[in-house]
Design a protein around this ligand. Structure first.
Ligand code: PHB
Length: 355
């Protein structure tokens, strides 16, 4: 019987199990947003996962939206990430880097020369930005000119080359959770009247240009993508997510990516409208990775149903570096301490006990 412990080929990667560590923002990068020795320890401790997806990683200086998130756009960052990758590989793990551009979910204080955040349209998100000076109101972003988009595609390409230089097994394109690519996809944040806005086909254009460019440098078998059709996080909205994401999955399908990764609801347990994730996965002829509050039993049931190939676990991996072993033994799980999720020291980061 196929279950969470069954090996699987995902693109170019032979995974020892289907238990994936989800991307988790932890805000513990060092000076210059460079991964530190403590970050190396954190990932190394979790290398028994079939696959680790790194925390969301800004592709350029303009892609940052939170303090202390480790980038992949400077040489020092590449060297820092290389130590993470080498440690995970030495423990027999596989690891992909999540490529991130936050778009409008940022603040001038986090951007070069106090620049305005950029977005498909000049629409201010409701809520507040996390900055080095604490929470501050979001600002109205600057709408990108179509002529500027190739330079953002080029940043994705450079970031992908950097990730490969650092030795990553692949990359995951972050097209979820209300960040730049999601902002282009959705009709609530994309009000453009050019070829990048309006119809579903036009709204998918920029995200697909990014995917194709990343595939050109990495090879499709080293590229995954993450979407979150229902997640209202970051004030994102769409009038018809099912039509949009079915079409997106259908457009991605012929590219033969390593996997499609879906957050199957609201990230913080919000009530969400109905959505058919089985229909979504059927539009994508490839591996489907499910995420959102799964446990061992639900993960095994999802894989047994044939509708899910891999399951990504977030909070359980924060608190249980040996999650795979605990699942195997049906051992109790450590509870996660929410207060140390974002920022801080080794406390609540590398000090969770193993069995
Ligand atoms: C967060 O910092 O809360 C965060 C970052 C990236 C995500 C989701 C949440 O995709």
């Amino acid at each position: 019987m196929t279950d969470l412990f069954s090996p699987i080929e995902v693109g170019s990667m032979a995974l020892k199990n289907r238990i994936v560590m989800a991307p988790l923002t932890r805000n513990r990068a060092g000076e210059g947003n460079v991964p530190t020795a403590m970050n190396v320890t954190y990932y190394e401790q979790r290398a028994t996962a079939g696959l680790i997806i790194t925390e969301a990683t800004p592709i350029s200086a303009m892609a940052h939206g939170y303090p202390a998130t480790p980038g992949i756009h400077s040489d020092d960052q590449v060297q820092g990430w290389k130590k993470v990758v080498d440690a995970v590989h030495a423990k027999g793990g596989k690891i992909v880097l999540q490529l991130w551009h936050v778009g409008r979910i940022s603040h001038p204080s986090l951007l070069p020369n106090g620049a305005l955040p950029v977005a498909p349209s000049a629409i201010k998100p409701s809520g507040k930005a996390f900055t080095y000076q604490g929470l501050q109101d979001f600002v109205t972003p600057r709408a990108l000119d179509a002529e500027e988009l190739p330079s953002i595609v080029a940043d994705y390409v450079t970031a992908t080359k950097n990730a490969l230089k650092a030795g990553f097994d692949g990359v995951e394109i972050h097209a979820a959770n209300g960040y730049l690519l999601d902002q282009f996809l959705r009709d609530g944040t994309n009000k453009r009247s050019d070829q990048y806005g309006g119809s579903v086909e036009n709204r998918m254009r920029f995200p697909l240009e990014v995917v194709c460019a990343v595939v050109d440098v990495a090879g499709a078998d080293k590229v995954g993508i993450r979407v979150s059709p229902l997640n209202p996080f970051n004030d994102i909205r769409d009038s018809d997510p099912q039509t949009l994401f079915n079409a997106f999955a259908e457009a991605l399908s012929p590219l033969k990516l390593a996997y499609l990764h879906a957050v199957e609801g609201g990230m913080t347990g919000e009530k969400t409208p109905p959505f058919d994730f089985v229909a979504l996965r059927k539009h994508f002829k490839g591996n489907y990775m499910a995420n959102l509050a799964y446990d061992k039993a639900r993960g095994n049931a999802a894989i047994a149903s044939g509708n899910v190939d891999l399951v990504a676990f977030g909070v359980p991996f924060i608190a249980n570096p040996d999650l795979v072993e605990r699942f195997r033994l049906d051992a109790p799980l450590n509870a996660a301490d929410q207060s140390s999720f974002y920022g801080g020291t080794d406390k609540g980061y590398t000090d969770y006990p193993t069995l």
